[in-house]
Write a new protein. Structure first.
Ligand code: AMP
Length: 437
C-alpha cells in the first residue's frame, strides 16, 4: 500500500511524452537543417550560469530578472568559489556571447554564426503555451554590425517555420534605437506618461520612472488606451539607427519577406539595440502568440565586461512551434519500431532475440516478450503503427524462418532469417526512428 500521495511533476513543468516528442523532434531537426544551411555551427552552453551574467546581460530591471529567475541553493560553493551565486538560465544569448569570448571565438574569422537548442527556465505563471521549463532554438551572429546580418537571421528562422509547413505566421518589426537616440526618446516617453500615472496599472506606474520602454510590453486592459498617442521611437531614431533600419527594410523587401511595422514591439530583454522582431502565429492566443523573436544587441558584450562587439540573434520556442505543428499537421506518428517480432511461446525468447538482431541490420525492431496470446500480440502490433510483424512458432524457428506480415495490407509470407535484412530494407520510412532523431 502506498503510504503517501504519488509524486507528480512540479507546477509549470511537464513531460514531453513520445507522441508529442515526435513533433518536437521534427521541429528540432528542421532547426538544425535551417541553421546549417546558412553555415551556423552548433554550440552547447551551460544551463547553470552566474547570476551576474543574467543581471548584466538580460538586465536587472527586466521581469525576467526581477520575478522569474530560479536561484540555486548549493553546498560548499562558498569554499570553491567565494560569493558564487548561480541561477538556471532564462535564455541563452548572454551565455553564447560569454562563450564566444571565453572560448576565444572572437580571435578567429568574423562574424561567428552559432546556434544551440536546449531548456530555459522562467518562474512565470503557467498557462497554455507558457511553461516554467521550455526549450528554445537560439541563433546568434556575433561580430558583424551589418543590417544584412539582421535580415539573414530573419530569413533563416522564417525558413525554419516555413519548412515545418506552418501557415499564418507573420513577422513584426521595429527599431528601438541605441545609446545615442534612446535616452532622449525615453525622456519624451516619460513626459507623456507622467501625467497619466494614476490611471496606469501599478506595475506600469513603477515603469514610468524605472524602465519606460517596458510600458509597451504591458498587456493590462487599463493601460492600452494610452499607447496609441504615445511618442514612437521610430520617429526619434538618430541618423545611423534610421539608416540601418531603412536598410533592414530594403533587404527584407529584396528577399520577398513580408513584415508589419509594430512601434510597440520592444521585447522583454534590455540588451536589444536597433532591430527587434517577432514571429507571431494567428492561432496562438493572447500573450502567448509569439513563436519566437530576436534582435540586435550591440551593447551586450560590453555589459558583460568584454570588448564592444556587435551581435544579432533569435530565440524560437520549441514548445509553441511543436504545438502549432501538431495542430496543423496532426500528431506526428512514431511507431516504437518498424518491425515487431512476435514469438508464440516462451521457449522461443532466445530465437526471437536473434531474429530481432537480424532485422535490426535493416530496420528498427522490437520483440514482444509478453505472455499474451498471439491474437493479443497481433492487435497490439496493429495499433503500434509498426510496418511489419515477424511471427514465430517453434516449428518455424527450427527451420530458421518467420512469417513476415505486412500489417497494412495483411499479406504474409515465409522468409528465412538470413533473408530478413534484404526483405526489410527501407522499412524505416518517414516517421520511423530515423525521422525522430
Ligand atoms: P524570449 O526569449 O522571451 O524572446 O522568447 C522567445 C520565444 O521563446 C517566445 O516567442 C516563445 O515561443 C518562447 N518562450 C518564451 N518563454 C516561454 C515560456 N515560459 N514557455 C514556453 N515558451 C516560451
Amino acid at each position: 500500500m502506498p503510504t503517501s500521495s504519488p509524486i507528480r511533476a512540479a507546477r509549470g513543468v511537464r513531460d514531453i511524452l513520445p507522441a508529442e516528442r515526435a513533433a518536437w523532434a521534427a521541429v528540432e531537426r528542421a532547426a538544425r537543417q535551417s541553421a546549417r544551411g546558412f553555415g551556423y555551427q552548433e554550440i552547447e552552453v551551460p544551463v547553470i550560469e552566474p547570476v551576474e551574467l543574467i543581471e548584466r546581460g538580460v538586465g536587472g530591471d527586466t521581469d525576467i530578472f526581477r520575478k522569474e529567475i530560479y536561484r540555486l541553493e548549493t553546498h560548499g560553493d562558498s569554499e570553491d568559489e567565494p560569493g558564487a551565486r548561480l541561477v538556471l538560465r532564462p535564455e541563452a544569448t548572454a551565455s553564447v556571447v560569454r562563450a564566444y569570448f571565453q572560448g576565444g571565438l572572437n580571435q578567429g574569422p568574423q562574424p561567428v554564426r552559432l546556434f544551440t537548442i536546449g531548456p530555459m527556465f522562467r518562474h512565470d505563471r503557467p498557462q497554455f503555451g507558457r511553461y516554467r521549463q521550455f526549450s528554445q532554438f537560439d541563433v546568434e551572429v556575433v561580430g558583424d554590425p551589418s543590417p544584412a546580418c539582421d535580415v539573414e537571421v530573419i530569413e533563416m528562422t522564417w525558413g525554419w517555420l516555413a519548412a515545418l509547413g506552418l501557415g499564418s505566421v507573420s513577422l513584426e518589426l521595429n527599431s528601438i534605437g541605441d545609446d545615442r537616440c534612446r535616452p532622449a526618446y525615453l525622456r519624451l516617453l516619460q513626459d507623456y506618461y507622467r501625467p497619466l500615472r494614476d490611471r496606469l496599472h501599478p506595475d506600469c506606474q513603477r515603469r514610468v520612472d524605472e524602465n519606460p520602454l517596458r510600458l509597451f510590453d504591458c498587456k493590462e486592459e487599463q493601460c492600452q488606451p494610452f499607447k496609441a498617442a504615445a511618442p514612437r521611437i521610430i520617429d526619434h531614431l538618430c541618423e545611423p539607427c534610421a539608416t540601418a533600419f531603412a536598410e533592414v527594410k530594403a533587404l527584407l523587401d529584396a528577399a520577398g519577406l513580408e513584415y508589419r511595422l509594430n512601434p510597440y514591439l520592444v521585447r522583454g530583454l534590455d540588451y536589444y539595440t536597433r532591430t527587434v522582431f517577432e514571429f507571431q502565429h494567428g492561432s496562438l492566443g493572447g500573450a502567448q502568440n509569439a513563436l519566437g523573436g530576436g534582435g540586435r544587441y550591440d551593447g551586450l558584450a560590453a555589459a558583460l565586461g568584454y570588448p564592444d562587439t556587435p551581435g544579432v540573434g533569435f530565440a524560437g520556442g520549441i514548445d509553441r512551434v511543436a504545438l502549432m505543428v501538431e495542430q496543423e499537421a496532426g500528431e506526428v506518428p512514431v511507431p516504437p519500431a518498424a518491425v515487431l517480432v512476435l514469438p508464440m511461446e516462451e521457449r522461443l525468447d532466445a530465437a526471437a532475440a536473434q531474429v530481432g538482431r537480424l532485422c535490426r541490420r535493416a530496420a528498427s525492431a522490437a520483440v514482444d516478450y509478453s505472455r499474451r496470446s498471439l491474437r493479443a500480440k497481433m492487435r497490439a502490433a496493429d495499433r503500434s503503427g509498426a510496418r511489419w510483424a515477424a511471427i514465430m512458432n517453434a516449428e518455424e524457428a527450427g527451420r530458421r524462418v518467420v512469417q513476415l506480415r505486412d500489417l497494412a495490407s495483411g499479406e504474409q509470407r515465409e522468409v528465412g532469417w538470413e533473408d530478413l535484412p534484404a526483405s526489410l530494407a527501407g522499412a524505416d520510412g518517414a516517421g520511423g526512428p530515423e525521422a525522430s532523431r
